[in-house]
Design a protein around this ligand. Structure first.
Ligand SMILES: O=C(O)CCC(=O)C(=O)O
Ligand SMILES: [Fe+2]
Length: 330
């Protein structure tokens, strides 16, 4: 299909689900005046934007020193080149890491994008490329409203093109969006199991297995869309201290690590709006959108960092080593 084809016509002929709104899209959505019209246009048109040099080399060095100290103390799944696996939620143990997340420029952009005050709910620290397949974060952390979540990825060193840089799928935030009810519409077996798995007495291990099958089916449908739109996955190489934001609905992932001897130090902070209801991957996979509104969202449990930024408090951080996930109480 050619991209010039009218989206609505294409959607109805192929029985694709509708696209979702990219913001409140009201005339009043002028938001915070410190955000330039150019940045606002980029967000709507591209679903991502880069702020170059948002952090000084001193700020980045201080951040890296804290992460390096923790990596010496835990099993972080080092590879043959000495690079560890991801560490999740490390800011819960080391709140000083939130200094980057509390950057005023970052927060005022998000305040506009969400039409709400931003709240940090997660972080992931990387030392090497993730090679993660293309995905949309909203399926893992379903936000209501669906635009009120974003990733904010900060380069903690100059990112080499061969180190497995972040990539994104251009304009995918404007594509038809598959919810789990759309995914099972063409798969009657999965639809029946999904209906059964909502019952409270359904065995948890079988439910987890089904959720992962639904995730694979979602990925198949998303790949088909990539074929229809004939898009390329575009890598983004940034300099230390640059930051890229992506929209909750923009597909992205980690490019292949062409040279595994290269590190790729970065951190992702994930934010939602303070009024956002945040649901889990399992809830997204098992419930239709309307049914989900009857489900309990994640409790906010807010804390603040020096009065500058709010975050959701969880009593742990998480390391990964050899495919095993380990939760460390803090
Ligand atoms: O850094 C990457 O390679 C991907 C990270 C990502 O997808 C995320 O944190 O949401
Ligand atoms: Fe992601």
């Amino acid at each position: 299909m050619n991209l010039e084809v009218d989206r609505e016509v294409a959607t109805s002929t192929l029985h694709l689900p509708p696209a979702l709104p990219l913001g409140p899209m009201t005339a009043q959505w002028s938001g915070d005046d410190t955000v330039s019209p150019e940045l606002k246009d980029q967000w709507i048109k591209n679903g991502f934007l880069v702020l170059e040099g948002a952090y000084s080399s001193e700020e980045i060095a201080r951040y890296n020193a804290i992460v390096a100290k923790v990596r010496r103390e835990v099993d972080d799944g080092k590879d043959d080149h000495g690079y560890g696996d991801r560490i999740g939620m490390l800011h819960q143990k080391e709140p000083e890491l939130l200094r980057l997340a509390a950057n005023a420029e970052v927060l005022s952009f998000l305040r506009w994008a969400f039409n709400d005050d931003p709240v940090l709910f997660g972080s992931l620290n990387f030392e090497r490329g993730t090679t993660q397949d293309a995905h949309i974060d909203a399926i893992f952390f379903w936000p209501e409203p669906s635009y009120s979540m974003a990733g904010c990825w900060i380069a903690l060193e100059d990112i080499h093109p061969d180190s497995g840089p972040l990539f994104y799928v251009p304009e995918s935030h404007t594509w038809p969006f598959y919810r789990s009810d759309d995914v099972v519409a063409s798969r009657p077996d999965l639809a029946a199991k999904r209906a059964a798995a909502r019952q409270a007495d359904y065995p948890p291990d079988q439910r987890a297995q089904l959720v992962s099958e639904l995730g694979l089916a979602w990925t198949q449908d998303f790949r088909a869309l990539e074929g229809i739109y004939e898009t390329e996955r575009l890598p983004i190489t940034l300099k230390a201290g640059d930051v890229v934001f992506w929209h909750s609905l923009l597909a992205h992932g980690g490019s292949p690590r062409i040279n595994p001897a290269l590190s790729r130090r970065s951190v992702v902070f994930h934010y939602i709006g303070k009024k956002t209801k945040l649901f889990t991957y399992e809830q997204f996979m098992l419930f239709d959108r309307v049914e989900m509104l009857d489900q309990a969202p994640q409790p906010m449990n807010l804390a603040d960092f020096e009065g500058k930024a709010e975050y959701m408090k969880y009593p742990h951080f998480v390391t990964y080593a050899n495919g095993e996930q380990k939760t460390h109480p803090v």
